[in-house]
Design a protein around this ligand. Structure first.
Ligand code: PLP
Length: 471
């Protein structure tokens, strides 16, 4: 492709982007294609001869777009959002143009230094200890794996990295029964074994029971295990339940156990001073992760991972092949040594654009607005005799179910609510998902999409009532 042709198509695509965002509510939020429908429209072999960009773009609209769910639609209430925003999109365009590989300081000093400062900004914005260090990772799953590997190495005096497991190490890792599946994945990959992930019971609000945690630790110590790491969740994926960090931190300190905090989604709420109660006890935490790519209007991938002991992290992951030896080593941060992949995209730029463009105040305003909308939706549900709230709301996720007064059979209620979710989603106007709360099927509605407004939740609530015939 020649440069003038690129200019033409680049302008076309910017126009496409704007039209897309302006008309996004016209698309069915959840894609309606069936399995293999897209595959059957794609040629089995690659073209021998180059094709015209107009033709490729046309196929993008015709074949690909119908197979996409529209995560940036303000009618997207499913899972947790993977937020974006215009400032973030502009930065992603520049990052794509620079196409730099930012593995070490030498390969792009500005990328490394901007990353360092963005992590400092986030630390201050969220009230994390200012002596900690931060690094951008691709996902919370990677960050949690990084934490468990660092805990493993610190605990074994960096011997497992060197010699491998010798059979003496019998580690145990702890999380609640509600914690994200990434903990299980990390424990498997780190060689600790699934059987050594102890899932601690939760109370009524689905928060970890710290008394049960300490009991299990004592049991394991008696049986000759080494308690390695506790993962506390601030905002579980099912219901945004909050584990009692302060009490867990006291236990971890007492038994010298690495404490990792998974605040992947709800961590963004820490930008609001009124939510800092979540991190009471933070000084005794070893590592902490939250995802600006979920609720802080910054494109995926952008996970903020913070550690108390930078040296332990770097010692765990450092590698130094001849071709990566540089003169600047020791004076600068080579982020390749702060995590698993060597190659790294320039991800700090979009954070810089987002934080500067919104300002801390602008971010706070939007996050508060989302929480207020969730509060409103919650009150409408509470006031309706055919529905019920299933658990106390902590931030902007509302969990509820349809519960007609003449039905009390739990199986029947599960069935009705499952049917309800399927009907709502196939209608295409809104998209939401479900969870199980104390075994009961519940609908989850997250009010956190960048552009969601009151009119979107008013309409969503009408759709839900319409589908069950209760409007
Ligand atoms: C989303 C989520 C994760 C996983 O995040 P990724 O960035 O997709 O790896 C982990 N923990 C919690 C609590 C989450 O909500």
């Amino acid at each position: 492709m020649q440069s003038e042709e690129f200019r033409k198509h680049a302008h076309q695509i910017v126009d496409w982007m704007l039209d897309y965002y302006e008309n996004i509510e016209q698309f069915p939020v959840k894609s309606r294609v069936s399995p293999d429908e897209i595959l059957s429209k794609l040629p089995a072999s690659a073209p021998q001869h180059g094709e015209d960009m107009d033709k490729i773009l046309n196929d993008f609209n015709k074949i690909i777009l119908p197979g996409m769910s529209h995560w940036q639609s303000p009618n997207f209430f499913a899972y947790f959002p993977a937020n974006a925003s215009y400032p973030s999109l502009l930065a992603e365009m520049l990052t794509a143009a620079l196409a730099s590989q930012c593995m070490i300081w030498d390969t792009s000093p500005a990328a490394a230094e901007l990353e360092e400062q963005m992590m400092n900004w986030l630390k201050e914005m969220t009230g994390l200890p200012d002596t900690w260090s931060g690094v951008i990772q691709d996902g919370a799953s990677t960050a949690t794996l990084t934490a468990i590997l660092t805990a493993r190495e610190r605990c074994s005096n960096y011997q497992i990295n060197k010699e491998g497991f010798n059979g003496d190490q019998k580690f145990r890792v702890y999380c609640s029964t509600e914690t994200h599946s990434s903990i299980e994945k990390a424990v498997k990959i780190a060689g600790i074994g699934n059987a050594n992930l102890m899932k601690i019971e939760v109370d009524n609000s689905l928060s970890m029971n710290p008394v049960a945690l300490e009991l299990q630790i004592n049991k394991d110590l008696t049986a000759g295990f080494t308690p390695l790491c506790v993962v506390a969740a601030l905002g579980t994926t099912g219901t945004t339940a909050m584990d009692p960090l302060k009490q867990i931190a006291v236990i971890c300190k007492k038994y010298d156990i690495w404490l990792h905090v998974d605040a992947a989604y709800a961590g963004t709420a820490l930008i609001l001073p009124e939510y800092r109660w979540m991190i009471e006890g933070i000084d005794d935490v070893d590592s902490f992760v939250f995802n600006p790519h979920k609720w802080m209007f910054t494109h995926f991938d952008c996970t903020a991972y913070f550690v108390k002991d930078e040296d332990a992290l770097v010692r765990c992951f450092e590698i130094l092949p001849e071709y990566l030896k540089t003169q600047s080593r020791g004076q600068v941060k080579d982020y390749r040594d702060w995590g698993i992949p060597m190659g790294r995209r320039f991800r700090a730029l979009k954070l810089w654009f987002v934080i500067r463009s919104f300002g801390v105040e602008g971010l706070q305003k939007k996050i508060r607005y989302h929480i207020k909308l969730a509060e409103k939706l919650e009150s409408w549900i509470q006031d309706h005799s055919g529905f019920e709230i299933m658990i106390q709301r902590t931030v902007n996720l509302v969990c509820f179910r349809y519960h007609p007064q003449n039905i009390s059979d739990e199986k029947e209620l599960d069935r009705l609510n499952e049917e309800l979710v399927n009907k709502i989603n196939s209608d295409g106007k809104i998209f939401l998902t479900h969870t199980k709360i104390h075994g009961k099927y519940a609908l989850r509605m997250v009010i956190g999409q960048t552009n969601v407004e009151e009119r979107n939740i008013v309409e969503a609530w009408e759709i839900i009532q319409d589908v069950v015939g209760l409007s």
